[in-house]
Structures are given as structure tokens and as C-alpha cells.
Design a protein around this ligand. Sequence first.
Ligand SMILES: CC(C)(COP(=O)(O)OP(=O)(O)OC[C@H]1O[C@@H](n2cnc3c(N)ncnc32)[C@H](O)[C@@H]1OP(=O)(O)O)[C@@H](O)C(=O)NCCC(=O)NCCS
Length: 196
Amino acid sequence: MFPDLTRDDVFRIETARLWLRWPRAADVAAFARLASDVDVAGLATCLPQPFGAPEADDFVIGARRTNTQGRGLVLGLAPRNDPAALVGLVGVQTRGESADLVLGYWLGRPYWGAGLMQEAIEAVLDMAFVLTDAGQIETPVRAGNVAARKVLLRCGFPVPEPTQADALALIDRAAWLGARAGAAGRIALPLAAAQL
Ligand SMILES: CC(C)(COP(=O)(O)OP(=O)(O)OC[C@H]1O[C@@H](n2cnc3c(N)ncnc32)[C@H](O)[C@@H]1OP(=O)(O)O)[C@@H](O)C(=O)NCCC(=O)NCCS
């Protein structure tokens, strides 16, 4: 589904404050430390439970395999001024034979509240809709996950109410284009931008 461009681990995306890059073996310790925090693990629908070093190791290997096979684009988040660090993760992956994608994301607790995940999700949505034929991208939202709901809304997802129930948020190409049209300062698209 994803083209050769993203299937090599030199691929990376630059946003205002982040590098989005392939996760690697050197990330496992930071990954396990940040993602095993109960406040992260309890809300992130994309993480297996429990989550420790062996699970982080498996996750990194699996994410790299997914990227290599073009079945998704799973990227670690690193501060632009410290590209070797890992502060969170964002990814889109296929599910079964469907052409549509599922989004997963989490940020380590020390990095919450600075708007970083909006930057990361917007960049991944741009890549996914430009580089693939996906018609829509969906993501589960846990009941009471107010921060995730706010971030998704800001990225253009119509997030269903009420907040007390688990929900599925879904963005299609039209909603994505609408969100992009109103977003000054969004990253420049490397490919097919003329089609927009
Ligand atoms: C959800 C998450 C990615 C948000 O990322 P972030 O970059 O910190 O988000 P923002 O900085 O844009 O903050 C989001 C908003 O939620 C608010 N918020 C954060 N925690 C909150 C809480 N517990 N209750 C109410 N509001 C909260 C913030 O104040 C902010 O609102 P504001 O901008 O209006 O002040 C991050 O909190 C996280 O990783 N959580 C755990 C994993 C998870 O939920 N993953 C998503 C499902 S897979």
C-alpha cells in the first residue's frame, strides 16, 4: 500500500518541532519506560498490555516489518534538536484486506500538553492520504480520553459524542482536505501536491 519511498528506514518527516522516523533497536529502553506508564498504557489502544522491554522489542521489530512491507507507516517521534531520542509514536496501518487505515498514537507523559501530537498526526495524515489510496483513516477513542478527543478534533477528525463512551473517530479524504485548507503553516507535501 505504501510506496518504496517509505519502505526504507532513511525515510523521515520533519515538522516544526519533531522528526518522525522509523523506530529502531536503540529506542527500546525509552519506549518501554514511557509506554509502560499507566497513564499512557491505560489509554493507548495501540499498545499491548502489559508493556515492558520484551514487548517494546517485539513492537519495534513488528513496526519495522510493517514499514518494510508497505502495510503501514509506524514512526517514532524525536525532538528536532535530539533526533536519537524517542518521545512517542504515531502510525497508520492497514487492517486485513481493506484499503483504509487505522491510526494509533501515544506520547510519553513528560511531553504532554505542548501540542506535539497534533503536529505528528497531521503530518502522518498528509503522508497517508497523499501516498496511498486510503479512502479513510479511523482511530478508536477511549471513553473519557479528553486530550485525545481534542487532538483529533484539531486534526480534522469528526469525533463522535458523547465523551463517556468508547468511540471510533474517522476522517475521510474530504474532511482531511477541508482541515488542510484551513491549516496555515502545515508541512509542505513532497509528492502529488499539485493534485490537491
Ligand atoms: C492524547 C495525547 C496523545 C495528547 O497529546 P498532546 O500533544 O499532549 O496533546 P495537547 O498538548 O494538544 O493537549 C491536548 C488537550 O487536552 C487537554 N488535556 C490533557 N489531559 C487532559 C485531561 N486528563 N483532562 C482534560 N483535558 C486534558 C490539554 O490541556 C489540552 O487542551 P488545551 O490545548 O485546550 O489546553 C497524550 O495525552 C497521550 O499520549 N496520552 C496517552 C495515550 C493516548 O491516549 N493515546 C491515544 C489513543 S491511541
